[in-house]
Design a protein around this ligand. Structure first.
Ligand SMILES: *Cc1c(COP(=O)(O)O)cnc(C)c1O
Length: 379
């Protein structure tokens, strides 16, 4: 196969291997055949292994959709009558969860914190104390909008002390940064195939506590297509996805999982870290500043502050890099202009070094000063 290799530094989809791309080219098959059901059965079991989930306690449920479907499904399916949702919100993806609560008209508390630091855990605890009707706590692990890592273990412990279910959006850490579902106090986590697994878009999955899913059978039903219990029950009784699965994407995900286990959890995280460190040193060499302090970062997404240079033009720099096979992405922090460099994909430090050669050319082409200019006080 001869497909041009692009280096995606956007926050997913990520750069895939040729073998994952090729895995999609298979004979046509009806997904209702037993052959296909057995592929999904194995896939569901393998997904548990990524987060070291005991199959006696946890299960995984597949959905056809992008990662947002998981947030939608968890929130709308796991809230019992008379309960409310607490969203620990310090970024764009938790804000999306708040928006989902609003669209369904579900009672919720939007506990907002600044986007550039971890949330105040004492305030989380006090909010849970004051609101004994909180039935579900939700937050985001790596806030992909900024690259900030949230203290999920502590938030999960607080949720459990108050008898609430804990759901975590791990879309931009799962299969990259090692996660142990039980140790992190997670009841439900989630991701989609095109992020850390380096598979294709269209397949998402939730890994979570089987007993809670079964209990949720009696919870109010707020969606038909996006109900967790209904999808789980269908998988358990028939082995199939309730409605048509993304067939070719499933084949690619199976190959991506094979490659994940071949590389190994630890080696993969070391590779991501190597690429991330190359991003940080490349930025430092050019005098670019990051919006999030290093000690708060998840090690996968860098939010870079626009330089105070009249010649800086994100679109022009983007277009220059894009034409040469490197994709950079706008930021998502209100009040600070940033762009993002993410290392989610099947890439390594050499790709990042190649990127910085092109980025440097782009800066020269635009007439942007190096080292980058910042007014005092602009971190
Ligand atoms: C990518 C991502 C999602 C899913 O976004 P889609 O636009 O639906 O692909 C959800 N949460 C986080 C933290 C993400 O990084």
């Amino acid at each position: 196969m001869n497909v041009k290799r692009n280096i995606l530094l956007n926050p997913g989809p990520s750069t895939t291997t040729d073998t994952v791309k090729a895995a999609q080219i298979v004979p046509d098959i009806c997904p209702r055949e037993e052959e296909f059901a057995s592929i999904m059965k194995e896939l569901r079991e393998d997904l548990l292994k990524i987060v070291h989930a005991d199959p006696e306690i946890y299960t995984s449920v597949l959905f056809c959709g992008s990662g947002t479907i998981n947030i939608d499904v968890c929130l709308n399916s796991l809230l019992d009558e008379g309960k409310k949702i607490l969203v620990v919100n310090n970024g764009a993806y938790s804000a999306r969860a708040v928006e989902i609560c609003r669209y369904y008209g579900m009672p919720h508390i939007d506990l907002s914190f600044p986007a550039d630091e971890p949330p105040d855990l004492e305030l989380v605890e006090r909010t849970l104390e004051k609101n004994p009707d909180i039935g579900l706590v939700h937050t985001t692990h790596n806030e992909t909008g900024t690259g900030l890592l949230n203290p999920i273990k502590e938030i999960g412990a607080a949720a459990h002390r108050h008898g609430a279910i804990f759901t975590v959006d791990t879309t931009s850490t799962l299969a990259m940064r090692p996660i142990n579902i039980a140790d992190e106090n997670i009841d439900f986590c989630m991701a989609s195939a095109q992020k850390g697994l380096n598979g294709m878009t269209g397949l998402s999955f939730i890994i979570g506590n089987r007993e809670i899913i079964e209990r949720s059978a009696s919870f109010p039903k707020r969606s038909y297509y996006c109900n967790l219990y209904m999808q789980y029950h269908f998988f358990e009784t028939t082995g199939e996805m309730h409605f048509t699965p993304p067939v070719q994407t499933v084949y690619a995900a199976v190959q991506a999982l094979r490659e994940y286990f071949e590389e190994g959890e630890e080696a993969k995280w070391i590779r991501h870290t190597r690429a991330f460190n190359a991003v940080k040193s490349g930025l430092a060499e050019l005098g670019f500043r990051e919006a999030i302090r290093t000690e708060f970062q998840a090690g996968l997404v860098s939010s870079v502050v626009y330089p105070d240079d009249p010649n800086w033009n994100f679109e022009r720099v983007h277009d220059y890099c894009y034409k040469r096979g490197f994709t950079i992405y706008p930021g998502k922090i209100s009040g600070t202009d940033t762009f993002r460099l993410c290392v989610l994909g099947a890439i390594d430090e050499n790709d990042i070094k190649d990127f910085f050669n092109v980025f440097r050319e782009a800066l020269d082409d635009c007439g942007v000063s190096v080292p980058a200019i910042y007014k005092e006080g602009n971190r």
